[in-house]
Design a protein around this ligand. Structure first.
Ligand SMILES: Cc1cc2nc3c(=O)[nH]c(=O)nc-3n(C[C@H](O)[C@H](O)[C@H](O)COP(=O)(O)O)c2cc1C
Length: 200
């Protein structure tokens, strides 16, 4: 089949879009609000988009707290989500007021960052400390604004749990990163690795 995503004429019961880009890494974004509240929320429209120096992006459907805090403070941290933290990650996706600190809601200890004020999730094996660069607004249908904006940050400091470093390589197979699949409640666990040599 072919369909026009602007018309959404797929004739399927559920919009298939998010089931078509899989698996999507989950950026678990910590920020600090102007009132000093630590905010934490998962974003699966998320990825690293450049290396040396690295940049990351997450896309927000509406100006949610993470976007607003990143813009206002100029900083955010992305935490890697793993199997053991899946329930806590889910709890932090709750739509709560900006005065509510999701790490407290999920009973999650946070640890100080090195180069930015927002803390990282203490039990995450990997965290990127980021300086906010810019927000890119997208064009919507019929000239209307798109609900999503892309928030871009430069990674200025990286935390790796020493336990994840084996023989000089990062090995996250024991930590079992989780990723998002289609629809609202489907996830994958990254626990199978295969290698393939590039030609040339
Ligand atoms: C696994 C997962 C991935 C999510 N990805 C996104 C996303 O990419 N963009 C978005 O706007 N909301 C996403 N959400 C929903 C937000 O986490 C949710 O709206 C949250 O309340 C936003 O919190 P904040 O206002 O503190 O930033 C996702 C939720 C889950 C559970």
């Amino acid at each position: 089949m072919h369909y026009d995503p602007r018309l959404r004429n797929h004739n399927l019961r559920h919009d298939p879009l998010t089931a078509l880009v899989v698996p999507r890494p989950i950026g678990w974004i910590s920020t600090i609000s102007p009132a000093g509240v630590v905010n934490l929320a998962p974003y699966s429209f998320f990825n690293a988009v450049a290396a040396n120096p690295p940049f990351v992006m997450f896309a927000s459907a509406g100006r949610k707290h993470s976007q607003r805090n990143a813009e206002a403070s100029g900083e955010f941290v992305t935490n890697l989500t793993v199997w053991d933290l899946r329930e806590e990650m889910n709890i932090t996706s709750a739509d709560v007021g900006e005065e509510v600190s999701e790490p407290e809601l999920a009973k999650l200890a946070m640890a100080p960052s090195v180069a930015v004020k927002p803390p990282r999730v203490a039990r995450t094996p990997v965290a990127f400390e980021c300086k906010y660069l810019k927000t890119v607004d997208l064009p919507g249908p019929d000239g209307k604004p798109h609900p999503f904006s892309i928030v871009i940050g430069e990674v200025v400091s990286i935390f790796i749990d020493d336990a994840a470093i084996v023989d000089g390589r990062v090995d996250l197979s024991a930590a079992r990163p989780i990723a998002r699949l289609g629809y609202l409640d489907e996830y994958a666990v990254v626990d199978t690795v295969f290698r393939m040599k590039r030609p040339g």
